[in-house]
Design a protein around this ligand. Structure first.
Ligand SMILES: C[S@@+](CC[C@H](N)C(=O)[O-])C[C@H]1O[C@@H](n2cnc3c(N)ncnc32)[C@H](O)[C@@H]1O
Length: 245
């Protein structure tokens, strides 16, 4: 049974119900590992993971007191105070890098994620993994990761409430791989099973890029940028057409 199905069945009294986006994130966390959920807000993900036994222990952290109060209420409601530690922390600044094995950051902008990762030198370790679900600037996050020795090993996308979301799992390899610009937009989304949601996510990217290029093409000062965007569109379409049904 997938995490999404478990969440559908058990949601309510026994576990918090994860929506499709958070279920996708949960599926990218390796079972039996201790993880920190940075920017946890209600701590639904840590509570779900320890209640279902996917994770033995989780740290729920946030930079603001209000969300940590929400986290505390969830942890108390589900009786998992002994399995979820709540920590006030700006990014990973107060997190013990020797203790956590996986770092989850979901529901924030990609640029903020880059800043958080960049400040935590201990992430440059082959035993740790990152699970990231950027709401914006996913291309900047992929660029940052691959140019700083992290490899994206798995990605997925879902649509929920008319919005498409992506999430990725990355590990430190120390290798800086060269990638074309198109890679930063689609990452590893075409590497596994291509679901209808992945197709929708990629079509959304193509639509956004085309909209931007069309808006710039008649302005002489942005002609070069428009040309670059059309070339990028062709490159992404080429890759996608090869793989999309
Ligand atoms: C939109 S909520 C996402 C909640 C949950 N992670 C999810 O994906 O549903 C973003 C949360 O990130 C927190 N946040 C923002 N900047 C942060 C930072 N630098 N360090 C830790 N938490 C941060 C906010 O306080 C907020 O609770």
């Amino acid at each position: 049974m997938s995490i999404w199905e478990i969440s559908e069945h058990k949601g309510g009294a026994l576990t918090p119900r994860l929506d499709k986006r958070l279920s996708m994130v949960a599926e990218l966390i390796e079972p039996n590992r201790i993880f920190v959920d940075v920017g946890t807000d209600h701590a639904y993900l840590p509570a779900f993971m320890v209640i279902t036994g996917y994770s033995p222990f989780a740290v729920a952290s946030d930079v603001r007191i209000g969300p940590l109060e929400n986290a505390r209420a969830t942890v108390r409601k589900y009786g998992v105070e002994d399995k979820v530690q709540i920590i006030l922390s700006d990014g990973l600044d107060e997190i013990d890098g020797d203790f956590v094995q996986e770092v989850v950051i979901a529901g924030m902008g990609g640029e903020l994620m880059c800043e958080i990762i960049d400040r935590a030198e201990w992430l440059k370790c082959k035993e740790k993994a990152l699970v990231l679900q950027p709401m914006t600037h996913a291309e900047d996050l992929r660029r940052y990761l691959t140019q700083n020795g992290f490899s994206i090993v798995k990605e997925n996308a879902v649509t929920d409430g008319g919005r498409a979301y992506c999430a990725m799992r990355a590990v430190y390899s120390g290798e800086v791989k060269e990638h074309g610009e198109a890679y930063f937009y689609i990452g590893e989304l075409l590497s596994g099973d291509i679901t209808e949601d992945i197709e929708l996510y990629i079509k959304g990217i193509l639509k956004r890029l085309k909209f931007k290029a069309d808006a710039l093409k008649d302005k002489p000062e942005f002609e070069g940028e428009a040309r670059r965007l059309y070339m990028l569109l062709d490159e992404i379409s080429g890759l996608a057409l090869k793989d999309l049904p």
